[in-house]
Design a protein around this ligand. Structure first.
Ligand SMILES: Nc1nc2c(ncn2[C@@H]2O[C@H](COP(=O)(O)OP(=O)(O)OP(=O)(O)O)[C@@H](O)[C@H]2O)c(=O)[nH]1
Ligand SMILES: [Mg+2]
Length: 221
């Protein structure tokens, strides 16, 4: 759950990139790191083995101010490999929002489904069933990417999905915006953030856009 300190005027959000092995979670974080103004980010911590598989987690801290309030966003990735189940649970604890990075290839269908089930089970165990989850279909650039109408919507045919080719950065920022926006809306419902901080959702989104290198008018609705 987000940490809000009304006296100190700080809000800390925890966001987690989840998904099957090699779907591109760490790549999303690396491209996000590139996109964020140097003044608004901390060091990207990537803990991987020699073959680039995430061993523990990655972390990118992002911070910015809006209306005299300090926002801190801690963005994590989990390791996708099955063997790291305990780590995934620890990283997911206290999340305010999740991006599920699915692999667009037809061959990855089963791996996507297994990871989705694992996410749902862990969210339930941690009491996080209401946390917003944004689904991203990554690797749209590869020839074996499934056409969008054919991709798994994980039990909700109306579910919106984000398209990305994280390797080139395409779709990375818009996915992040969708997630942060939905995390804000969800916390606003629970904690009356807009009212208590005197910051509207639009002002929050515009300040975020300014600091992660997107013009406010290009933010997806
Ligand atoms: N063609 C293509 N390759 C990608 C894309 N995104 C990631 N990759 C590649 O896929 C491989 C795995 O990417 P990672 O970001 O390390 O995957 P991960 O989800 O963090 O993997 P784990 O940490 O093991 O769970 C790397 O070789 C990336 O360069 C993409 O959009 N297109
Ligand atoms: Mg990784």
């Amino acid at each position: 759950m987000a940490q809000v300190d009304f006296a100190e005027r700080t809000l800390t959000l925890k966001l987690v990139y989840y998904g099957p092995p090699l779907s591109g979670k760490t790549t999303n974080l690396r491209m996000l790191h590139e996109a964020v103004d140097k003044l608004n980010r901390g060091r990207l911590i990537a803990l991987d083995t020699r073959d680039d598989r995430t061993l523990f987690f990655d972390l990118l801290p992002i911070f910015f101010r809006a209306s005299n309030f300090s926002f801190r966003i801690k963005v994590y990735t989990v390791p996708g490999q099955a063997v790291h189940e305990a780590t995934r649970k620890v990283v997911l604890t206290g999340a305010d929002g999740v991006v599920f990075v699915a692999d667009s290839s037809a061959e990855a269908r089963e791996a996507n489904r297994k990871s989705w089930q694992n996410l749902e089970a862990n969210l339930a165990t941690l009491g996080l069933e209401k946390v917003p989850v944004v689904v991203q279909y990554n690797k749209r650039d590869l020839p074996d990417a499934m056409p969008l109408p054919d991709v798994d919507r994980f039990g909700d045919l109306q579910r919106a999905v984000q398209e990305a080719s994280a390797k080139t950065g395409q779709g990375v920022n818009s996915t992040f915006f969708e997630l942060v926006g939905r995390a804000w809306d969800s916390l606003d419902r629970d904690l009356k953030l807009s009212e208590r901080l005197g910051i509207s959702s639009e002002v929050f989104r515009a300040a975020l856009a300014e600091h992660v290198g997107l013009a406010p008018d290009s933010i997806p609705a």
